[in-house]
Design a protein. Structure first.
Length: 266
């Protein structure tokens, strides 16, 4: 007998994560073919693109073309990522092809928030309040809270559980102010600092504060502990994981060029 979950929900992020790192020079048609191939594997959720500045993430300069070109498969949810109002407007153009949902993003490391989002903690809180209102005006549900740098940061070092809890509280306060209810908290190991012990502690503390909320994990394999950390998440009963086929990806703002990407879907 095993206490591990019988099934897990995989959110495949190979296209979005992979091409934000290695996308320069890859033809749009090849990105589209990649998404179409993934659609035949059985995964039910694929994050296909980022609507972001081509100056900052040149690998996704062709996001509109790629999103408009893949062949949707019934039963598969296709999503995208964006970080500002312009990105949201671009995503909404494709709402007939994408499964659009709002989300609140906070960072447990203010140093990483400055590098990744160019905002300090108060600025990020205020921005997410405005963006959540925009989501709701666009009739997009806001039920997910993502906490970046939940396990550690290349710019500030170790990140305490107290900072993670504070980031969650900030995000939940934004949701409450806007009349939304968060049902999923995603703990994101943005720079690959996770260890099994850290995952056990974070998942446990998050559940102890918010027992009715689903905890998801977004893990990177920067230091070779991504799969071990995922296994610990499984042991803790986590059933929702972000992953990337072939271990593609990695954060371009993590200060560690060439680092391995997300945990491999395989």
């Amino acid at each position: 007998m095993s206490d591990l979950p019988i099934t897990v929900e995989i959110h495949e992020e190979g296209p979005r994560e992979g091409f934000q790192i290695a996308g320069v020079g890859i033809p749009s048609r090849d990105k589209i073919a990649f998404i179409d191939a993934l659609s035949q594997t059985g995964v039910k959720h694929i994050q296909v693109a980022s609507f972001v500045s081509p100056k900052l993430v040149p690998g996704w300069a062709d996001a509109d073309e790629v999103v408009g070109g893949f062949a949707p498969v019934p039963g598969v949810k296709y999503s995208a990522l964006w970080f500002n109002e312009k990105g949201l407007d671009r995503a909404i153009v494709h709402r007939d092809r994408l499964s659009l949902e709002g989300y609140i993003v906070m960072s447990a490391s203010e140093a990483f928030s400055r590098k990744n989002l160019n905002r300090d903690r108060p600025s990020q809180i205020e921005f997410m309040r405005r963006q959540t209102e925009n989501f709701l005006r666009a009739e997009l549900p806001v039920t997910k809270l993502i906490v970046l740098a939940a396990t550690g940061c290349n710019f500030m070092g170790d990140v305490s559980s107290a900072l993670v809890i504070q980031a969650i509280e900030d995000g939940l306060a934004v949701a409450a102010q806007c009349g939304s209810r968060i049902s999923t908290i995603s703990l994101a190991d943005s720079m690959g600092w996770a260890t099994p012990a850290k995952v056990a502690r974070l998942v446990g503390e998050t559940r102890s504060h918010w027992p009715e909320t689903t905890v998801a994990l977004h893990l990177h394999d920067t230091r070779g502990l991504g799969i071990a950390s995922a296994y610990e998440g499984l042991r803790m009963g986590v059933t929702q994981f972000d992953s990337s086929v072939g271990g593609l990806g990695g954060c371009p703002f993590a200060g560690q060029p060439g680092a391995p990407g997300n945990i491999a879907t395989e």
